[in-house]
Design a binder for this molecule. Sequence first.
Ligand code: CDP
Length: 249
Amino acid sequence: MMIKMDSRNLLYEGKAKSVFQGESPNEVIIGFRDDMTAGDGARKETMGQKGYINSIICAKIFETLEDAGVKTQLIELCEPCVMKAKKLDMIPIEVIVRNIATGSIIRKFPFEDKAPFNPPLIQMDFKDDQFHDPMLNDAIAIALGIATKEDLDKLRELALEVNEVMTKMFKDIGIILVDFKIEFGKDSEGNIILGDEISPDSCRLWDAETLDILDKELFRQGKDDEVINAYEEVFNRLLSEEDRVKWNL
Ligand code: CDP
């Protein structure tokens, strides 16, 4: 197939992905890049193979979610780094699901480090680098006009479903899903659909036995040389022989 990932078709360029107009009006092509940023983009590095690894991990997770009945924007992974997806009108909310307390939540509130959340804690942040992604509540989101009460309830319901499927998926390969961030958008019919990506860039993943970190936290800690190995470890555990054949890996 013809993949038109040239600048004339560029719709949006994010910190790690570029979004291009697809062949039909309701489709986009998402290009996963090797760029990695931290601190609202303050630090930026190129990590060889990251786009390749993340695009495949993301496709695998989205497919598993679809099989469990959660709608995602994935149409197909055309080739590594290149995902054909439904065009969505993105809601500027980062929905964060936490199973274990770590990161910003223990810096902002007196939760004990590594304490489990039962039920999982859902947090919503306003996606806006200029304002440093401040934490939202329903009233603020509604007043900003970015979501209705019904939308917010739907986001929470979907986030918990995603958490349930992903927690099991990772548990089966000896990984603890500590927390993650997801984003949603509306399709042309107004349905709320999971968009953006799910990958070690947007999740905290710990080895269940050693508690070794297998995600972007390594980059935040400045351990740049360990990042790709950790992502590769997740990739290798997640992919079956069948997946490798399907994607010609
Ligand atoms: O500790 P930090 O400020 O990085 O973030 P956090 O609020 O503790 O992050 C919770 C989860 O959401 C982690 O899995 C992050 O990787 C993810 N996240 C993200 O993917 N993008 C953001 N802009 C913020 C958080």
